[in-house]
Design a protein. Structure first.
Length: 431
């Protein structure tokens, strides 16, 4: 079959793609580095002829006018399943709203409420067999694409061709247009002294032959550095990070001891530097799969010695983790914290680890607290939590009573706040 002719027939311009947007549409665009940048950068231009258009995204990489300019109110709203910097900044405009969800349900839950009228996401150029690659993310993209009324791909030759369930055939696509936008990057955060201390504590909990899930930020990057002394690690993670490349190139990650998808790095998305993207390009030891599969606790549990490593903003003295909001202010999202934490503990020899700094705001407040701020969202319940790690040590809360948890958590709190925490525990009758 002549796929080139079909591609030609489905080729349009960005202007023509934008002309398809109607009032009350639900538009879904891909996560972070695979956002349809050319489309989203110009979406505000159709403002005067549309109203009530919803744009669903995740980890939005850039400040787009459609969700940052107050004059867009009533015309557009960005509904996001995980905030990054641009969404945090724009939240106060009323043009951004958070969709609460576990990451494994990011596509499925939204679809149960509303089907997308348009899916638009970046993809690699078509190969000779008529297939594009969705490249760096499969968190919700395939689910949305398969249910959208109109499917548009922004073809960008700068994207890496990542293997796995990323393939989309030209027959599944309504329109394509070309773009030469730079792929959005996330610069690796250099670990601080605190990060490295926490990373060492966590690395001590990871046994040789474990399969590891790493989150995002300075602490996970420090964990990766501390894991360089380990042997035969595997990777099964929602997000493939720069640290995974370091561990692979050092021979620490070889995936040979994995009990599921042996010899493969399994992920649902990647967001990082060009070095990371180059590593993923046509790499046959890496497979991207839908997040509904990758983050399914029953799938995670099939990896022996599965270790989940995530971070939190604040933990109370009973073990409740507020990981996504500062009071009512949304900061990030639930992500896969509960998915991977529960899956790891269901695994034979598995461990769930939550890391956080002992203090915040330049050491003026304790991150271990008797009471969460009003409005704080609890991302990971005290019923599910296992290890909590700060720069002052490790608290294993599994099986412990509230009183025993209070003792364990005060022991890893910053010394300046321990006495106050004890007083609060007594006052609130939890100690």
């Amino acid at each position: 079959m002549n796929y080139s002719e079909e591609l030609k027939n489905k080729s349009i311009t960005v202007d023509e793609a934008l002309s398809l947007v109607k009032s009350n549409d639900e538009i879904v665009t891909s996560l972070g580095p695979c956002e349809a940048v050319s489309f989203c950068s110009r979406l505000h231009e159709v403002k005067d002829r549309v109203e009530n258009v919803s744009v669903v995204s995740m980890l939005s990489a850039l400040d787009y006018k459609y969700h940052t300019d107050p004059s867009m109110k009533g015309h557009f709203i960005n509904e996001s399943t995980f905030f990054a910097g641009p969404a945090r900044k724009a939240h106060s405009t009323g043009l951004v709203s958070y969709i609460p969800t576990h990451l494994r349900y990011a596509g499925i839950n939204r679809l149960s409420y509303k089907k997308p009228n348009i899916f638009v996401g970046a993809a690699t150029p078509m190969d000779k067999h008529g297939f594009f690659s969705l490249s760096l993310s499969l968190v919700y993209e395939r689910d949305s694409l398969e249910n959208a009324d109109i499917v548009i791909l922004e073809i960008n030759e700068n994207l890496p061709r990542v293997l796995g369930d990323t393939c989309v055939h030209i027959s599944e696509v309504d329109y394509v247009y070309t773009s030469n936008e730079k792929v959005p990057e996330l610069s690796p955060k250099e670990p601080s002294e605190k990060d490295l201390i926490i990373g060492k504590y966590i690395a001590d909990l990871v046994e040789d032959g474990s399969t590891v899930q790493l989150g995002i930020g300075g602490i996970p990057n420090a964990v990766a550095k501390s894991l360089l002394t380990k042997k035969d690690l595997g990777i099964h993670t929602e997000m493939i990070t720069e640290g995974v490349v370091d561990l692979f190139e050092a021979g620490v990650v070889n995936n040979r001891k994995k009990s599921l998808h042996r010899n493969k790095i399994i992920g649902a998305f990647a967001f990082g530097s060009k070095r990371l993207y180059d590593f993923l390009d046509d790499n046959s030891c890496v497979e991207m799969k839908r997040c509904s599969y990758v983050n399914n606790p029953y799938v995670l549990a099939q990896n022996h010695k599965m270790v989940s490593i995530n971070t939190s903003l604040c933990v109370d003295l009973t073990g409740q983790c507020a990981s996504e909001s500062l009071g009512f202010q949304q900061y990030s999202g639930t992500g896969g914290q509960t998915d991977t934490g529960i899956g790891a503990q269901m695994s034979e020899g598995g461990k769930s680890i939550i890391a956080l700094y002992s203090t915040a705001k330049k050491d003026t407040i304790s991150s271990i607290t008797a009471n969460h701020y009003m409005g704080a969202a609890i991302s990971y319940s005290r019923n599910d939590v296992q290890y909590i790690v700060t720069e002052y040590g490790v608290a294993n809360l599994r099986g412990k009573s509230i009183k025993e948890r209070v003792d364990s958590l005060i022991a890893i709190a910053h010394p300046d706040f321990r006495q106050e925490l004890k007083k609060e525990a007594v006052k609130n009758r939890i100690w």
